[in-house]
Design a protein around this ligand. Structure first.
Ligand SMILES: [Zn+2]
Length: 166
């Protein structure tokens, strides 16, 4: 089932729910439909716009969530691109190798292709003649939306971008 992006009253992305749950929230007047597909959900008694983005009518206070560091989340942050050569990434590299005290933290992990990973081994990028495309950093805390969702629906993008900038 297609997922629906739920926005806080402030338009900040909150989470993803399935379509059924989204419709229940709207029917209970807890949320409004912001973006919809050019399609209808039909039941015996009614037709309902097919939502892709809904917004809660009340503000939910969300505690800060640190983006959890997972293999998938690193790939998403780095656009599935090797941070050394730009090829498609297939592995995760510790910039400062773990064997040399490098930590498993956002600032020390990057997506890398197998070739660069093999070339680098237990060396620093400079020692292996590799250069990082950009300095790795902890992503905005809503990267979980990207790593949780199989696909990002185009109608979500403006809301996710706002959050990225904000
Ligand atoms: Zn590479």
């Amino acid at each position: 089932m297609r997922r629906v992006l739920v926005l806080n009253a402030s338009y900040q992305p909150l989470n993803l729910v399935n379509v059924k749950r989204a419709v229940v929230l709207v029917l209970k007047n807890k949320a409004e439909v912001i973006e919809e597909l050019d399609a209808c959900l039909r039941s015996e008694h009614m037709a309902f716009p097919y939502p892709t983005v809904i917004r809660l009518v009340y503000y939910v206070n969300v505690p800060y969530r640190a983006a959890s560091l997972s293999r998938k989340a690193v790939f998403v942050r780095d656009g599935y691109t090797c941070q050394y050569c730009g090829a498609r990434a297939e592995s995760i590299d510790h910039v400062i190798p773990r064997s040399r005290g490098g930590k498993h933290v956002w600032e020390n992990v990057v997506a890398a292709c197998r070739k660069c990973n093999a070339r680098k081994m237990n060396r620093l990028p400079s020692e292996a003649g590799l250069k990082l495309a950009r300095k790795p950093a902890e992503p905005h805390d809503h990267i979980w939306i990207f790593s949780q969702a199989g696909d990002i629906h185009p109608s979500w993008e403006p809301y996710l971008e706002t959050a990225l900038v904000g």
